[in-house]
Design a protein around this ligand. Structure first.
Ligand SMILES: [Zn+2]
Length: 144
């Protein structure tokens, strides 16, 4: 079979696949210089396998970790949680007597499949925005 594919190593250290005919720019640094053809392949499948093995798992792990950190930071910022979401949580966790508790909020964020914020966080936001008033028995009264 004809070898139409190449595993290329860029000067930045990233391995990537390309057609042999025309070596593409590096997907990481966009360079088209100092590319080294490491291996030639006749099938794109074996090329793909080889490349995922060549790019070190540690490097990919670092990329994922830093992305997760950015995500966590942005969701922990109360401003990005969104008034809309707070409204939905509030509506589903408030009793007929306009009372909410950590338990009722926990239940509604569980029902809404929200994992990035706790009931305590919600209460904090509600108190900070004067939407609720703390009662002496560990519940809060919601202002309408
Ligand atoms: Zn590169």
């Amino acid at each position: 079979m004809q070898e139409r594919w190449a595993m290329v190593r860029c000067e930045c250290g990233r391995y990537f696949g390309s057609s042999l005919k025309k070596i593409i720019n590096c997907p990481r640094c966009n360079s088209n210089k100092n590319h080294k053809i490491m291996k030639k392949f006749s099938s794109s499948e074996s090329l793909r396998d080889e490349i995922s093995k060549a790019n070190t798992p540690l490097e990919i792990e670092n990329e994922i970790t830093s992305r997760l950190e950015t995500y966590e930071k942005s969701t922990r910022d109360t401003g990005s949680i969104g008034k809309e979401l707070i409204g939905i949580i509030l509506a589903s966790s408030t009793s007929d007597e306009n009372i909410i508790s950590i338990d009722s909020i926990s239940k509604s964020i569980k029902e809404l499949s929200i994992t990035k914020i706790t009931a305590e966080d919600i209460i904090e936001i509600l108190e900070a925005s004067s939407l609720v008033l703390r009662n002496s028995n560990g519940t809060w009264t919601v202002f309408q």
